[in-house]
Design a binder for this molecule. Structure first.
Ligand code: ADP
Length: 471
């Protein structure tokens, strides 16, 4: 691994997680060691103090029962068996005069604390002190305690054990901590890498997708909820992107296909007029023709954009509570004159009002498209029945006609963009009305279905949920 790569590692999540883990582990270990240390040292000094007090009681009893001579020989005996270099005992008068002493030759000068004697004179049974001994590196623990009969026992012990404990503890602490810190860093790094392995999988897939492999998906074995959620969301996003790209591709293919014929027609007419036409009338006819074709193209492009927006769910809808019954009623009234002119009867079966939560403009367009088709594809003498009703908390809009019907082969395709049944080619249209209507229904959380019998008629049914205003 190059130096730059190692340097860059500083900014990775794995490195930061490792650092956190390492830091917490190290601090916890230090705290644990400190607790052990405090417990160890305080345990040792408590034990020593208890022993001192036991000695004090024994010497008190000895003085009371056997007298000073026995105390003196006990002092010598006790210190020799304990080691005169480590322990000393002296008997003092309340003023600090030396009445008896063990062998203190290896102790140098041992002072007598006036403060301790004063406290004993004023009633304290014993006083503990920790003081340095001149010329020695260890401190000594010293007890002053009254053993009765105006006699004070001074008992001292070198704290060499404490120092040894500290030294050993320090060595153990140093070596163990160094090992633990290396161990914590390794474990932390391993755990961080393990936890982030699936994130890396997502990154790898994202990288492949960015290079154009939109069919790639993240496959992880992780059972952790967070990772599963992330991969599910990521894969869902890729599904949507793939669908959108496919939609865009299909749309651009459709555009190219659908634009070609009218443009070729415009060009053909213009070319012919230029080469043969010499009267003003012919030029005027060409201009009118061009305008008509351009209007057709504009309408087609605008509708196509509306369909794309609606299908992608990107339409600007303004949801409000609207009366579906009155929308359908108005549409029927709008188409009544043209239907009558064609000899088709529109029968509205609408009563009262049916509030739904939706986009007024979109739903109006949906109904108008269905009604327009029904009238367009129903020959003279036929009927178009339009009904709106409520069914199990949903609004059902159905448009029935007794028109030309749709063949079984055509039925699965009629909601596709630009699809027109062959028999309809004689009628004006661009094949986008139904795809737009269905996309609008879907945008409202509803759907549109069709049943038809060729030569007998068709029924288009729209289902819309009646969402409450608060949604
Ligand atoms: P357009 O009507 O502009 O051709 P649409 O998307 O509205 O486009 O309809 C697609 C095709 O479905 C139509 O070309 C027609 O063949 C068929 N169609 C739609 N509505 C009806 C109907 N009520 N009766 C028979 N055929 C229909």
């Amino acid at each position: 691994m190059s130096l730059r790569k190692i340097f860059r590692l500083r900014h990775t999540l794995a490195f930061r997680l490792t650092l956190w883990y390492w830091g917490i582990f190290t601090i916890s270990s230090v705290v644990a060691f400190l607790v052990c240390y405090v417990l160890g040292t305080s345990g040792m000094s408590e034990h020593r103090d208890r022993e001192f007090l036991r000695e004090l009681t024994e010497f008190s009893s000895l003085l009371a029962s056997k007298g000073m001579d026995d105390v003196k020989s006990a002092i010598v005996h006790e210190t020799e068996s304990g080691g005169v270099a480590d322990i000393f005992m002296r008997v003092l008068s309340p003023k600090g005069d030396l009445l008896a002493s063990s062998d203190t030759s290896s102790w140098g000068t041992i002072g007598i604390s006036k403060a301790a004697l004063e406290r004993i004179r004023t009633g304290a049974t014993h006083v503990f002190e920790t003081s340095p001994i001149w010329g020695y590196r260890h401190e000594a623990r010293i007890l002053y305690g009254s053993i009765g009969d105006d006699k004070i026992l001074q008992l001292g012990e070198m704290m060499a054990d404490d120092e040894r404990f500290k030294e050993v503890f320090g060595k153990i602490f140093g070596t163990t901590m160094a090992g633990l810190m290396v161990f914590a860093a390794l474990i932390g790094w391993f755990m961080a890498r393990w936890a982030l392995r699936d994130i890396e999988e997502v990154t790898k897939t994202a990288l492949q997708v960015s290079k154009g492999a939109f069919e790639q998906r993240v496959h992880v074995k992780a059972k952790e909820e967070e990772v599963q959620k992330l991969t599910a969301t990521f894969n869902g996003m890729l599904d949507r992107i793939e669908a959108l790209i496919a939609g865009m591709r299909e749309m651009s293919d459709n555009i190219a296909h659908e634009l070609r014929s009218p443009l070729a027609r415009i060009r053909g007419v213009a070319e012919m007029t230029l080469s043969t036409g010499n009267s003003m009338n012919e030029y005027e006819e060409m201009a009118a023709n061009t305008i008509e074709e351009c209007d057709h193209l504009l309408k087609m492009i605008n509708t196509m954009l509306d369909v794309s927006e609606a299908e992608a769910g990107a339409s600007k809808l303004s949801f409000e509570q609207i009366d579906m019954a009155s929308i359908v009623r108005d549409a029927c009234e709008l188409y009544q004159p043209s239907a009558e002119g064609k000899g088709v009867t529109i029968i509205p079966k609408i009563s009262g009002s049916l509030p739904v939560y939706g986009d007024l403009h979109g739903l109006r367009r949906l109904v108008v498209n269905l009604l327009d088709n029904a009238v367009k594809y129903t020959p003279a003498g036929g009927t178009v029945t339009v009904s709106v009703q409520e069914h199990q908390g949903q609004v059902l809009i159905s448009v029935d006609d007794t028109g030309v019907g749709i063949s079984e082969d055509d039925l699965p395709h009629i909601f596709s963009r630009f699809y027109r049944c062959d028999r309809s080619r004689s009628q004006a249209g661009i094949g986008l009305g139904l795809s737009l209507a269905k996309a609008i229904a879907r945008n409202h959380g509803g759907n549109m279905t069709v049943t038809s019998v060729l030569g007998q008629g068709s029924r288009f049914t729209v289902v819309l949920p009646r969402r409450p205003l608060s949604h």
